[in-house]
Structures are given as C-alpha cells and as structure tokens.
Design a protein around this ligand. Structure first.
Ligand SMILES: *Cc1c(COP(=O)(O)O)cnc(C)c1O
Length: 349
C-alpha cells in the first residue's frame, strides 16, 4: 500500500511537475530538475534514518533478487562469507551467493521449519570472511530480528526489503543495508542500498557488467545510466510523508499497535494460530494457519469476498499471511480480526 495523501499529491502533479510543464515521467534524467528529485529523495532519507556521512545512498534497478548476486560478486573479496539461514529469502540469497564463492551457514533454523530466528551466540566466523549476511525480516516465514547478531567485527549486510523504514535502525551498525522498495516505500523495480563508503570495492571482476558494480552507482550519484525516475520520485514522496508524520519512532509505534491487534487475536483464537515463536514474530508479515490446507484456502477465498485482499500465504509455504506494511491503517488490522472472528464463530469454535 502507498499512503493515500501521497497518492493524491502524485495525482495532482502527474501532468505538470513543480511548474516545469512536464510530467516526472517525461523529464530527462540528465536535466537539472530531475537531479533535484534524486538529491531530494536522498537527503530526505538521510534525515529520516540519520544516515552518517560516510555512507552512500544508491538507487539501483533490478529489485531485491539482483542484490542476491550483486552482494557476493562485489563483496566476496576473499571468496567466503557467512549467511544466517532464517527463512526463504535468506536461503535464496545464500543459494545465489554460492555461484561466487564459499557460503558458510553460520546458523540455521531449517530443522524447525523456521519458527524462530536462529541463535547466533555460538556462531563461528572465519577471520577472512568478507561479511555476515542476514535477512532482517523474513517476509514469507514472518520472522524478524529483535537484536542483530554479533559479527565479531565483520561487516554486516542486511536485506531489509520487507521492514525498511518500519522502525528506527542505527545505520552505523551495518556495512550495508538494502531494500527492494516495493514492500514499504514505493513502486517496484528498484532497490535502495545504503553502504559504508570504505565497503564499496573500487576493483571488481573485469567481467562484471558495469551496471552491477556498486562503485558505478556510488561514483555517479546513481546516474550512470537512466535511473528508475518514477520510483525515485514516489519514494521521495513517501519518505517526506514519514518525516511529516513523526519519523520512524512514530511509524514503529503505529506498526506495533497494528501487529498487536492481530497477534492478540491469534493468541486467543481456537481456530487460527501463528506458527512463529513470540520473540521472533514479525511486525510486518503475520503468517497464520488453521491446521487444515482446505480450511486455509476457504478462509482466503471468503476473506477476498469480504474485501480483504492478498491473505493467501506464499505458494512455497501455504497457509495465510497478513502483511501490515507502513501504509496499512489500523482499521485494516481491525477489519481482518473482525472477519477472522466471525469466520471462527461460523465454524463452531
Ligand atoms: C520481496 C523480497 C525480496 C525480493 O524482491 P524482488 O524485488 O522481487 O526481487 C528479497 N528479499 C526480501 C526480504 C523480500 O521480501
């Protein structure tokens, strides 16, 4: 979802951006006015997240999935990195990384089918490991990290795609944060990467396409080629909206309140339950099950008829999943619980 006031602003500007007589979709990416849009989105993000000066903000096309390759191809200088296996997205990232070097699984919850974030307290990290990789919110499994793993001084790389800008984070604890913007910020087709400057390699595999080198984007202000201008523009609007509505601390409060409404219901329900242990539960993505595949499908179909869209779980895991991204109002969580409550009653529970 996008915040409604932002959609209205975009609608009002779509024919004529800022008196330019042109739509943002028509602006040349080399024009000074387009550069203003990129610089404004970046400076708003720096303000919202308090990003330290020694970090670069990059706007890169290709989505989260391309980062699964760009991260190891650029950053595995010694040829090995530690990945924490916390669910489907970290597993996909590790599988892709194996094409570029040695992947050491530092900790895994595959055996429990990912009902909690792996315990990393006894994790062994080889001294020459290039980085430690986590997926900070496992979108499909509905898990989130409450405390970052101790990387023993190794750079931490975090995929924040499904929790980006949902609560405050101390950027200085990471060497790199990246997020596909489509879950919480703006239109699909782009990633925002925040990278410590000294972590961006100047020399890369000579066979690497120039577009895939982080240094290409860092050196050119994300302007080496034609960027995804529309997405950058919309993301900028959403970032400004977050600043106007109290910043990330206020967003975190709103998100926690919405999630509590749904989890409290699941705790009290006799029909539905959360497969995830309480201390690892995601605030953004809430999977839940009835215990019967057929009944899960029935719930999904009945919900859709009632106007609650997109509750079907990811095909890889089944069940049901409610996503409560930033722009979902509290009323959405309340409507879901009301619906599930009635469904449960109708089924005699
Ligand atoms: C959605 C998602 C991705 C993949 O994003 P694409 O832009 O579709 O490639 C990667 N990581 C996480 C955590 C996601 O939720």
């Amino acid at each position: 979802m996008m915040p409604e006031p932002v959609l209205e602003e975009i609608r009002d500007e779509v024919m004529n951006w800022n008196g330019s007589g042109m739509s943002v979709m028509e602006l040349s990416h080399r024009s000074p006015i387009f550069r203003t849009i990129v610089e404004d989105a970046e400076s708003a993000l720096r303000e919202l997240m308090s990003i330290p000066n020694e970090y670069k903000v990059l706007f890169i096309q290709g989505g989260g999935t391309l980062q699964f390759a760009m991260v190891p191809w650029n950053l595995m200088k010694n040829g090995r990195a530690v990945y924490i296996d916390s669910g489907i997205w970290s597993k996909k990232a590790a599988d892709e990384a194996r094409k570029y070097g040695e992947v050491i699984i530092g900790a895994s919850e595959a055996a429990s089918n990912y009902i909690r974030i792996p315990d990393c307290s006894k994790m062994e990290i080889p001294s020459d490991a290039d980085y430690v990789y986590i997926c900070e919110n496992e979108t499909i499994n509905g898990l989130t990290w409450r405390e970052l793993p101790d990387t023993k001084g190794h750079p931490l790389v975090s995929d924040q795609s499904s929790m980006f800008l949902s609560e405050p984070r101390d950027v200085s604890k990471y060497a790199m944060i990246y997020a596909g913007v489509q879950k919480n910020v703006g239109p699909s087709g782009m990633v925002i990467a925040i990278m410590r400057e000294d972590f961006i390699p100047k020399e890369v595999d000579p066979k690497m396409p120039v577009y895939l080198s982080y240094d290409t984007h860092a050196k050119t202000g994300s302007g080496y080629n034609t960027p995804n201008g529309w997405s950058i523009y919309c993301c900028g609007k959403v970032i400004h909206h977050l600043i106007k509505t109290g910043g990330l601390a206020a967003a975190a409060e709103r998100n926690a309140e919405k999630a509590k409404i749904v989890y409290d219901f699941l705790e009290s329900s006799k029909l539905f339950k959360s497969p995830v242990e309480p201390e690892s539960r995601s605030v953004m993505n809430i999977p839940f099950v009835t215990g019967s595949k057929d009944l899960d499908a029935e719930v999904g179909a009945a919900a859709e008829r009632a106007g609650l869209i997109g509750l079907k779980g990811h095909p890889s895991v089944g069940g049901l999943r409610a996503s409560l991204y930033n722009a979902m109002p509290k009323e959405g969580a309340v409507a879901l619980v009301d619906f599930l409550h009635s469904f449960e009653k109708e089924h005699g529970k």
